[in-house]
Design a protein around this ligand. Structure first.
Ligand code: AMP
Ligand code: MG
Length: 534
């Protein structure tokens, strides 16, 4: 069945790369579809008119988002990819339960993929059933909408439809299909798939495609090896920026396999992810991450490791001499920690209210910017890193909630000294508030350097800036679980909808959202485990 409404599809992946890059495949029918979630603002961003939106709220939406009826112009394809999972290489993963429907140009002129997840078995399913359950798909909605509202690049959820089917996991669960929107679904693992088969020509095609899609400015570089290297550098820089944002939000992805790392720099695949509560660099929540490979503090190192795997796929395109290719790729990998640290520092300075202290950005091209990064033009970098590092040490030592601590630092800027002691919500987070004093004094000195006010002065503008940099609301793990349990066990979507509303305005202190701000009791967090949900 074809639907009367549609997106304006323009499917370059299928058209330009063709069948070697995936398998054309149809979604499985759903016996009794229902629409559980529709992202109206995202649908509008994708170019759907309000009349179409209204239609999507009815039967048309059920049919479309369950996979029962394809929109005109969709050319569903199960994409091929490989991946390193927990360090071990699988030469063939691929869309085992996902399908790329096609691409649309959104209202901002950006090309976006529209894809299903949970739409049935494909030739890449191996032993899996190709299905997804309501809980994990609504979880993707909560996490990705939260990241998006926090300003962190992410794939997004357009809709979730219940299928009316039961899927068998540890328990029998209601089935669902997620419709996901992404800048693209190109992964490190997509390159690995062809490199592992020594299909250098296809790696080249993929790189050209990725450049056209994500780094069109690089097409002007005439030398193919230089262009490939510049592309690799651009991917690495996007990942450095993304990882810094994750770290500054206390986000733990949980399964940073190379098939879950995008070329676009968007966060993707929210299985066993979680936000940290009490600050702990070694925090791990995933039930399958026994060795802590994907622990909070390990994430930037893993990102670099994954980028090294991407580099390996590109070596034949970078230089004919393997040794020389390795050297050139290594230059980029060696620059990664510096890019990450600079991005982390930028975010931390915003969260500390240190405005106007960043070295000015280069207006030169990618290469120029790299050179600028390599030179130390930031005399305060070391001192500010120490200030942020000592703050985090304090949170660690006193087991303080990461999100609340950053947020309530604004209270300390809002009022002058005497009031601060009374009004601040920061001090009560510490069992021994006096332990905080020496650090607060240092911080105030540094703020005073930035805005030439006395160290003790109230700084309402700084407080407001801090509140724009550090959210009040994150997806608290126990709140997420509560909402998903109500939806999955009882078909009650109200807690999910209520939590989603709060997550979509994370920086406002809306009084109704107060219940979503509190961490779970420490005992609960200590036992909290996330599951892949596959
Ligand atoms: P993920 O853990 O979701 O990143 O998936 C890793 C790989 O397993 C991908 O190739 C997925 O398509 C595949 N996969 C995960 N769950 C299923 C499932 N229920 N049925 C088939 N394939 C799956
Ligand atoms: Mg995945």
């Amino acid at each position: 069945m074809l639907l009367p409404i549609s997106f304006s599809f323009d499917n370059t992946y299928v058209r330009q790369l063709g069948d070697g890059f995936g398998v054309r495949w149809a979604p499985a029918p759903a016996p009794a579809p229902s629409l559980l979630f529709l992202n109206r603002s995202l649908a509008a961003e994708l170019g759907l008119e309000s009349t179409v939106l209204r239609a999507l709220e009815g039967q048309v939406g059920c049919d479309l988002f369950s996979g029962n009826a394809l929109p005109a112009g969709a050319e569903p394809l199960a994409q091929a990819y490989a991946g390193h999972q927990f360090g071990g290489f699988s030469p063939q993963l691929g869309d085992g339960r996902a399908l790329l429907l096609g691409e649309v140009i959104d209202r901002h002129g950006q090309r976006r993929d529209i894809a299903f997840k949970g739409s049935g078995r494909t030739p890449f399913s191996r032993g899996g059933d190709g299905k997804a359950a309501v809980g994990p798909m609504l979880r993707e909605v909560l996490i990705s909408e939260s990241l998006h509202a926090l300003g962190i690049p992410t794939t997004r959820a357009l809709a979730v439809a219940g299928t009316g089917e039961r899927v068998v996991r540890e328990q029998v669960l209601p089935g669902a299909v997620l419709t996901r929107v992404a800048a693209s679904h190109l992964r490190v693992g997509t390159f690995q798939y062809f490199a592992a088969r020594r299909e250098t020509e296809r790696v080249r095609q993929l790189a050209d495609y990725a450049i056209a899609r994500h780094d069109p400015n690089l097409r002007d570089i005439d030398s193919a090896p230089e262009r490939t290297l510049a592309f690799f550098r651009a991917v690495a820089r996007r990942q450095a920026a993304l990882l810094a944002q994750w770290m500054n939000a206390g986000f733990i992805h949980g399964v940073m396999n190379t098939d879950n790392m995008t070329i676009s720099g968007e966060s993707i695949d929210f299985g066993p992810c979680a936000f940290m509560e009490a600050y702990h660099p070694e925090a791990v929540f995933s039930s399958i991450d026994h060795g802590g490979r994907y622990a909070y503090a390990n994430q930037p190192h893993i990102a670099r490791w994954n980028l090294a795997r991407l580099a390996e796929t590109l070596l034949p395109l970078i230089d004919e001499t393997p040794q020389r290719a390795v050297e050139r790729a290594t230059e980029v990998l060696d620059a990664f920690p510096g890019w990450f640290e600079a991005a982390l520092r930028r975010g931390q300075r915003a969260k500390l209210g240190l405005v106007g202290v960043e070295p000015s950005a280069s207006t030169a091209g990618a290469r120029g910017a790299d050179l600028l990064d390599a030179v130390d033009v930031d005399p305060q970098a070391e001192a500010d890193d120490a200030l942020a590092g000592d703050w985090l040490d304090l949170l660690h030592q006193h087991r303080v909630d990461f999100t609340q601590a950053w947020r309530f630092l604004a209270d300390e800027a809002a009022s002058s000294d005497a009031d601060a002691v009374r009004a601040s919500r920061l001090r009560p987070l510490f069992a021994e508030p006096d332990a905080l004093e020496p650090w607060l004094a240092r911080w105030r000195q540094r703020l005073a350097q930035c805005d030439s006010q006395a160290p003790a002065a109230a700084r309402p503008e700084t407080a407001a800036a801090l509140r724009r940099a550090s959210p009040w609301i994150i997806p608290r793990n126990h709140r997420v679980e509560e909402a998903l349990a109500a939806a999955s066990d009882a078909g009650n979507l109200a807690p999910f909808e209520r939590l989603l509303q709060a997550l979509q305005r994370p920086f406002d202190e809306h009084p109704d959202d107060a219940p979503f701000t509190k961490p779970a009791p420490a005992e609960v967090t200590a036992c909290y485990r996330t599951f892949c949900g596959t």
